[in-house]
Ligand binder design. Structure first.
Ligand code: ADP
Ligand code: MG
Length: 686
């Protein structure tokens, strides 16, 4: 308006402004219509009444009916956010919290971070005026550490409860406690699975309501024979659909970032072999650790300036797309039938990620994604006889993970009797005992199983796996906290290097220039520092706004090329930089000294030994390694710089089990260090 008043506005500007206004108007109108046509819109008043009447309410509704995006807005308009209170909605996954918050902010016509915001580990987009707050279930648990009664919320909604992540389960237990003491906190549990009984029973026969969804028929197709290589089978199916069916987007369920990125590259390659007119296909990845600006791409109709009518989108997703986010336009689903899951062996105290068949419930959710907007097809890449053999539903995560983290948090919340805690489903006694033992070995617990001071309390404050928290605390004593911060950030992201099958040699050669003969941890530091140099060293330019801009654009370009030439995953490195700055903040707040050991990597390796002593392995005469803690025979993973080296003793961070048991992220240490630095675990006679 001020520009209009000074009379120097050109007609051009006015026109484009009008165009902008009418575009925005059309968009608002479109959103309004979309919202009104959602199945949930017609039951708004009834739902609000139910929430008013019941302190605990269970809402079951099919995916896409509008639970996650609409219910918080209903509550807001019904006055549940008075007196500065907020509605908090938890999601098991980061991506879901972010994308949904963005969508809801748009629906409300507000800027993200104002009335509507999200908060996830390492990324907070909320402010004092935020009233509808999406977050991960893990984050709300952390908030409970500072505010045990969650007094800033009038309603807490636990969304996607059917996923039964370990954080959801613990959160439910905690909320049940909070509710006893503070009746006004309303609790809503939302689930996509029809079985509300477990939740209802857990909350003393709480009321459950069902919301009808809209589902079109989906044809289910099976393969005749089992597929040897499901990635290849998925690829063949993508192109079959692309060439035969012509329209409708495709959603492919894969197990993780690495696999998704491999399929992305393979699709590109096959496209290049097709005639120009057949190349109208774009891939869009979606997985949890994807930077948030890229996560929204699945919802955009025109990636890279192409139009959706002319291009088929192939969405490559992890099980995020089962229920957490609804992607519009999907007509075909390709389901190889696998999922990456945590698995824990309490006898050995070893947690690992393994790829396992989905449950029947998951397979049904996946196929349902094809029938959102019209009839669809789902290609299950296994024979029908295999479907019958699947488990009915997925085992709750709390029954198959290391509980050290959970126990640390419960203790910090003042729950000392872990065995007596009212879990919705109790983890096994053996798993609890083993995890307590693990925490004790890390020095987090005293002899009578209380949090130790200061180490245990410090560990509980850091949003990291306890073993990484301990490593940071120790590193400040070993004068290598700077190196350890980088290491922990790099270990917190998925694969930094990638090795495409067709360019294996090339990628291995490229990786060598970062390789440290001492192992993977120092190698990761080398990569991080090289990236940092490219993105940040600006000594040669005087600081002006213009120069900054040019530098940024230039360094981004150089960084991209550098990543490509070195087979480095730029996404992962950027993510690691984010995480790094966040943990750095925590560590500074805790008053730890951030110093570098410079070139004295011996010091750093000693610190790794002191931190990861539970995961040490010794070379065996026949060439394998034996893990001390578990007695298991393992091999160094081919991706490690120490693969095929002959070092005597190593520490490692991860064990993966495929045909063999492999250890990953491995560094060479001296056996004697273990008895010196972790005498409580390694006695001289061993
Ligand atoms: P539910 O939680 O019941 O599964 P949601 O509230 O997540 O349902 O979604 C309701 C509708 O809003 C869906 O039809 C979905 O397509 C649409 N939607 C959700 N998020 C977005 C987004 N980021 N962009 C566009 N549409 C979205
Ligand atoms: Mg939802």
């Amino acid at each position: 308006p001020s520009m209009a008043q000074n009379g120097r506005v050109t007609t051009d500007f006015k026109q484009s402004n009008q165009a902008h206004n009418s575009n925005a108007f059309a968009r608002r109108e479109e959103i309004r219509q979309q919202r009104e046509s959602l199945p949930i819109a017609s039951v708004k008043e009834r739902l609000i009444e139910e929430v008013k009447k019941h302190d605990v309410l269970i809402i079951v509704g099919e995916t896409g009916s509008g639970k996650t995006t609409q219910i918080p807005q209903f509550l807001f308009s019904a006055g549940f956010c008075r007196e500065g209170k907020s509605v908090g909605i938890t999601q098991p996954r980061r991506v879901a919290a972010v994308t949904v918050a963005k969508r809801v902010a748009e629906e409300c016509g507000v800027e993200l971070g104002q009335k509507v915001g999200y908060s996830i580990r390492f990324d907070d987009r909320t402010s004092g005026v935020t009233r509808i707050k999406y977050m991960t279930d893990g984050l709300l648990l952390r908030e409970a550490l500072l505010d045990p009664y969650l007094s800033r919320y009038s309603v807490v909604i636990v969304d996607e409860a059917h996923e039964r992540t370990v954080h959801t389960d613990v959160l439910l237990g905690l909320l049940k406690n909070v509710q006893k003491k503070f009746p006004p906190l309303k609790l809503i549990i939302m689930s996509a699975s029809l079985d509300a009984r477990v939740f209802s029973e857990y909350f003393g026969g709480a009321r459950a309501v069902h919301i009808q969804g809209r589902q079109h028929p989906v044809d289910i197709l099976y393969t005749l024979y089992p597929e040897k290589d499901y990635v290849d089978a998925a690829l063949v199916t993508i192109f079959q659909i692309h060439l035969e069916e012509r329209h409708g987007d495709i959603l492919v369920f894969l197990t993780g970032q690495e696999e998704i990125e491999a399929v992305e590259r393979l699709v590109q390659e096959r496209l290049r072999q097709l005639p120009e007119s057949n190349r109208k296909l774009v891939t869009v990845p979606i997985f949890s650790s994807l930077p948030s600006e890229q996560q929204m791409r699945v919802f955009m109709p025109a990636p890279d300036g192409h139009h959706v009518d002319s291009h088929i989108q192939v969405v490559l997703a992890t099980n995020i797309a089962e229920t957490s986010v609804t992607i519009p336009g999907i007509k075909f689903v390709i389901d190889p039938g696998f999922v990456k899951a945590r698995s824990y062996d309490p006898a050995k105290g070893m947690e690992s990620l393994i790829i396992i068949p989905t449950s029947k419930a998951q397979a049904l959710q996946r196929s349902g994604r094809a029938g959102r907007e019209g009839p669809g097809k789902c290609f299950r890449l296994y024979p029908e006889s295999e479907f019958e053999k699947l488990e009915d539903s997925t085992k709750p995560e709390i029954k198959r993970c290391n509980l050290a983290n959970v126990i640390l948090q419960l203790k910090a919340l003042g729950v000392d009797d872990i065995f007596g805690f009212d879990f919705i489903e109790k983890p096994s006694r053996a798993a609890i005992v083993k995890s307590l033992e693990h925490l004790f070995l890390l020095g987090a617990l005293t002899d009578d199983c209380k949090l130790s001071d200061p180490v245990g309390h410090q560990m509980a404050r850091l949003p990291l796996d306890p073993i990484y928290s301990k490593a940071l605390i120790l590193a400040s004593q070993f004068n290598c906290l700077e190196e350890m911060l980088i290491t922990v950030a790099m270990l917190s992201v998925d694969s930094v290097f990638y090795a495409p099958r067709e360019k294996l040699d090339e990628s291995r050669t490229a990786a060598k220039c970062f390789a440290s003969p001492d192992g993977d941890h120092i190698t990761l530091i080398n990569v991080y520092r090289a990236a940092e140099d490219l993105l940040e060293k600006r000594k040669w330019v005087p600081h002006t706004e213009r120069n900054e801009k040019i530098f940024k654009a230039k360094s981004e370009k150089i960084f991209k090329r550098w990543c490509k030439e070195n087979f480095i995953n730029g996404r992962s490195v950027r993510h690691a930089r984010d995480i790094h700055s966040q943990i750095r903040g925590h560590v500074e707040q805790m008053g730890l000294r951030i110093t570098s050991c410079g070139d004295d990597m011996l010091q750093f390796r000693r610190c790794l030994a002191a931190s990861f002593f539970i995961n040490a392995a010794l070379k065996q005469p026949e060439g394998n390694y034996r893990a001390f803690g578990t007695g298991q025979v393992v091999q160094i993973h081919p991706s490690s710089v120490l693969f095929q080296s002959k070092v005597e003793c190593v520490v490692f961070n991860e064990m993966v089990q495929t045909t063999n048991k492999y250890i990953r992220n491995v560094t060479r240490i001296e056996y004697m260090w273990l008895t010196e630095l972790a005498p409580h675990y390694y006695t001289m006679q061993s």
